[in-house]
Design a protein around this ligand. Structure first.
Ligand SMILES: CC(C)(COP(=O)(O)OP(=O)(O)OC[C@H]1O[C@@H](n2cnc3c(N)ncnc32)[C@H](O)[C@@H]1OP(=O)(O)O)[C@@H](O)C(=O)NCCC(=O)NCCS
Length: 180
């Protein structure tokens, strides 16, 4: 699946993204905002392993800006009673920050998650020290639902986690139907 808006394209990951992915991901300012599975330093091996694992996954995308690989964005379906919910995750390289790219990417994947995947809800937990990501989610219509106090242990310190969520408009207007 390919999703696009203007200069921004979401497309499946490719093996040849690994070099640029490792260069952009190898940045402490990125790793500090993500889970420990996204390490710092970030090596070419890490990028190759990630791409091998997720390149055929229908809800994992590379973000391209003006034809260039710039980062990743994904939806991960939760399980059991939470299976109508997906967790959104994303990063882009520092050279691309503050151009509105992630706001467009989050809007594209959220619409895809609701219309094509039929998720009832998409959410994520942002660390309290990450105002840029909170701003992106707010701009995309996500609601700041809750604060999980001291839920994050990152780089040796405890932090609050801020839960942002968006509900499928079809759920809101009672037209959503289960397609399991
Ligand atoms: C967070 C991140 C995805 C934002 O991507 P981006 O393409 O720069 O986002 P956008 O340009 O669409 O929007 C960023 C907004 O945050 C604002 N912002 C940036 N730094 C900020 C700060 N320190 N304080 C407050 N607002 C800030 C920008 O001004 C912009 O808002 P505006 O459009 O109203 O001016 C990017 O910085 C990133 O990849 N960070 C590392 C990984 C990460 O944090 N992932 C999310 C984990 S929940």
């Amino acid at each position: 699946m390919i999703l696009e808006s203007g200069n921004i394209v979401l497309r499946p990951l490719r093996n040849e993204d690994s070099k640029r992915m490792s260069m952009l991901a190898n940045n402490e300012k990125i790793g500090r905002n993500l889970r420990d599975g996204f390490p710092y330093p970030y090596t070419l091996r890490d990028a190759k392993d990630f791409i091998k694992r997720f390149k055929n996954h229908p809800t994992f995308f590379a973000i391209e800006y003006k034809g260039q690989y710039a980062g990743n964005i994904s939806l991960v379906q939760l399980d059991n009673i939470y299976r109508m919910t997906a967790e959104i995750g994303y990063f882009i390289g520092e050279q691309f920050w503050n151009k509105g790219i992630m706001t467009t990417a989050v809007n594209l994947i959220t619409d895809f998650g609701f219309r094509i995947c039929n998720f009832a809800r998409i959410h994520t937990g942002v660390y309290d020290y990450n105002p840029a990501s909170q701003k992106v989610l707010t701009k995309c219509g996500y609601t700041r639902e809750a604060v999980f106090r001291k839920n994050i242990f990152k780089n040796g310190q405890l932090h609050d986690e801020i839960r942002f969520a968006k509900i499928n408009p079809a759920v809101e207007d009672d037209t959503w139907q289960i397609k399991e």
